[in-house]
Ligand binder design. Structure first.
Ligand code: NAD
Ligand code: ISE
Length: 334
């Protein structure tokens, strides 16, 4: 079976997913696209032989669209995900699921009302080989009960419209999701420490930040978020357990011995660092849609991430430890 996919948003990641669906994945075909930049949508549609439609709702309702991929700007996600649920079509939504916890809950309620899972959220780190190996080690008890986690999320630079809040909402959200999944534990409080600001960032941008999280099970997590680190895209994660530590491996790079030096490259971009994770994420989504069993990160994960990032942003502005109040998880998402 070929799953016919409609894509809303043909910017950076939307066009990359269209390329992936067409040239990397099997069992999928992009049949319709839209973007508020109609010229861009028309170009992409022409390149991939898809219909260029005027609105996201038209994409969702189109007769040649079996499933929808949402890759437009965050504030537009909730509307399109709700449209897809109303149409009974599976929908892959790039993070964030929605920009408010209330909208995430509306999606959760609509999906539960529909009766089976339709929504997958684009937390791609769960598909990265290194994180998957780390989770297997933790689940097997290789380092005993987790006590602490030390994480680093460094970008070389960020665009001019990047704000201090985005360090948590856009960047740290990946650690928030992947740590919930790795530890199989819920985050209960957030605090943000604000070190001296780098001279490489705009003065109004608080960069770096240290996000401190605590879980229900008592694990203490520190996440360094440093988005103007200059030297590369660097993702690190170490879980400290009672019996040892488990660390995320760096991506394999050749090690050069030359001119009196030992050298190894550092990737520069999140697209390169997680390219395999995106490929696996989207292929598994296509396969799950074809099989009629949507899996992967749920609407509930999208909701939980939203509540935790809200607490993080409040902590950044208040300087206080902010409790995270996530509702009880419905049995639907057990
Ligand atoms: P982008 O600005 O490059 O692309 C977004 C596109 O959506 C633009 O072309 C814009 O014109 C279009 N758009 C906006 N509103 C629309 C609407 N109502 N209908 C149709 N099109 C609309 O942004 P991006 O970097 O591609 O990010 C898109 C989303 O993907 C964001 O939510 C972002 O957080 C997420 N993202 C996820 C990852 C990841 O690692 N999972 C990485 C990057 C971006
Ligand atoms: C971006 O939106 C991403 O999702 C990247 O994975 C992350 O590294 C970057 O900081 C975000 O801005």
């Amino acid at each position: 079976m070929t799953v016919r996919i409609g894509v809303i948003g043909t910017g950076n990641i939307g066009s990359d997913h269209i390329r992936r669906l067409t040239r990397v994945c099997t069992g999928a075909r992009v049949t319709a696209v839209t973007d508020i930049d109609a010229v861009r949508a028309a170009e992409v549609a022409a390149e991939y032989g898809a219909h260029a439609l005027a609105t996201g709702l038209e994409v969702v309702r189109h007769g040649e669209v079996d499933a929808v991929l949402v890759a437009s700007w965050g504030p537009t996600h909730a509307e399109y995900v709700l449209d897809a649920i109303a149409a009974g079509k599976p929908v892959f939504c790039e993070k964030p699921l929605a920009t408010t916890a209330e909208d995430c809950l509306r999606i959760v309620e609509a999906e539960i009302g529909y009766g089976t899972r339709l929504v997958q959220v684009g937390f791609m780190r769960r598909y990265d080989a290194g994180y998957r190996a780390l989770r297997r080690a933790l689940t097997a008890g290789a380092v005993g009960t987790p006590l602490m986690a030390h994480c680093v999320h460094r970008n070389p630079t960020v665009p001019g419209n990047y704000t201090s809040d985005m360090a948590i909402q856009d960047t740290g959200v990946h650690e928030i999701d992947v740590l919930r999944w790795l530890l199989d534990d819920e985050i209960t409080s957030a605090q943000v420490l604000t070190p001296r600001r780098t001279r490489h960032a705009r003065p109004e941008l608080q960069d770096p930040q240290i996000l401190l999280l605590e879980t229900a099970g008592g694990v203490r997590i520190d996440v360094e978020i440093f988005v103007n680190c200059r030297y590369g895209y660097d993702i690190q994660c170490q879980i400290v357990g009672e019996d040892g530590t488990a660390s995320l491996p760096d991506p394999a790079q050749p090690v050069l011995r030359t001119e009196g030096q030992l050298r190894s490259g550092i990737l520069q971009d999140w697209r390169d660092r997680f390219v395999n994770a995106y490929d696996i994420e989207i292929q598994e989504w296509v396969d799950s849609v074809a099989a009629g069993r949507v899996s992967g990160p749920t609407s509930w994960d999208g909701y939980a991430a939203s509540v935790i990032t809200d607490a993080g942003v409040e902590a950044l502005h208040s300087g206080r430890i902010v409790p995270v109040s996530i509702k009880d998880r419905p049995a639907f998402y057990a």
